[in-house]
Design a protein around this ligand. Structure first.
Ligand code: DX5
Ligand code: ZN
Length: 221
């Protein structure tokens, strides 16, 4: 198991003052910035691209930026995001014609690479990729929007991926994204996640430090 990471999804931040919002969650104890990229093609929503990532770096953000690509095709955006300051880049394998090549591409640009599995994506896609990956991201909602409810069957899926990762014996992070709250994070951690994305639960809270603190305490159990 890797040390716990809380990664607020800026999808639920106030975009009119994004730099300030990111500074505030990091000051409040967040470890990473989760950066949701949606293209109105792979998912039915449209968000932000490499220019915004670069702007956050220029603003002075030094924390890891965890770029979650919900786009199709994937490969053209990889060099752009690496240049813009992404630390890790995750993508949905069905959105890339050659997922293994995309993993290699991400790593060749000096970023950590992860595969994202939708709620209905079978785990077999990991069989021949796990050896190359730095992270597996399990979606616990269908991608496209913040504020959806956690899909309970993801807990069982997490347990299975945790076993697969432990069998490989490499330091691969297991990240969960969608519907994570202070009151369900303990059972999610128990099922094997070590990296927790939370959008609405953090940015809709009146006190970021309070909610992040409660999340960390619940994981530490
Ligand atoms: C959904 C995004 C998530 C989303 C999570 O497609 O990948 O990162 O912002 O939001 P919450 O935590 O509100 O479910
Ligand atoms: Zn995400």
């Amino acid at each position: 198991m890797q040390p716990t990471v809380i990664a607020p999804s800026i999808l639920s931040a106030n975009f009119a003052k994004l730099g300030e919002e990111v500074d505030n969650v990091l000051k409040a104890g967040a470890d990473w910035v989760h950066f949701d990229v949606m293209d109105n093609h792979y998912v039915p929503n449209l968000t932000i691209g490499p220019m915004v990532c670069e702007a956050l770096r220029k603003h002075g953000v030094t924390a890891p930026i965890d770029v979650h690509l919900m786009v199709e095709p994937v490969d053209t955006l990889v060099p752009e995001f690496a240049k813009a300051g992404a630390t890790m880049i995750t993508f949905h394998p069905e959105a890339s014609r050659h997922a293994h090549r995309t993993i290699q591409l991400i790593k060749s640009h000096g970023c950590q690479a992860g595969l994202v599995l939708n709620p209905a994506t079978p785990l077999e896609v990991l069989d021949w990729a796990l050896g190359e990956l730095d992270m597996v991201l399990l979606m616990s909602v269908n991608p496209g929007f913040g504020g959806q409810a956690f899909i309970p069957s993801t807990l069982d899926k997490l347990r299975r991926v945790r076993e697969m990762i432990d069998r490989v014996g490499r330091p691969i992070r297991l990240e969960i994204d969608g519907g994570v709250k202070a009151d369900n994070i303990a059972e999610i951690a128990e099922a094997g996640a070590d990296t927790f994305v939370a959008g609405s639960a953090i940015f809709n809270a009146p006190d970021y430090a309070d909610v992040i603190g409660r999340m960390k305490a619940a994981v530490a159990g």
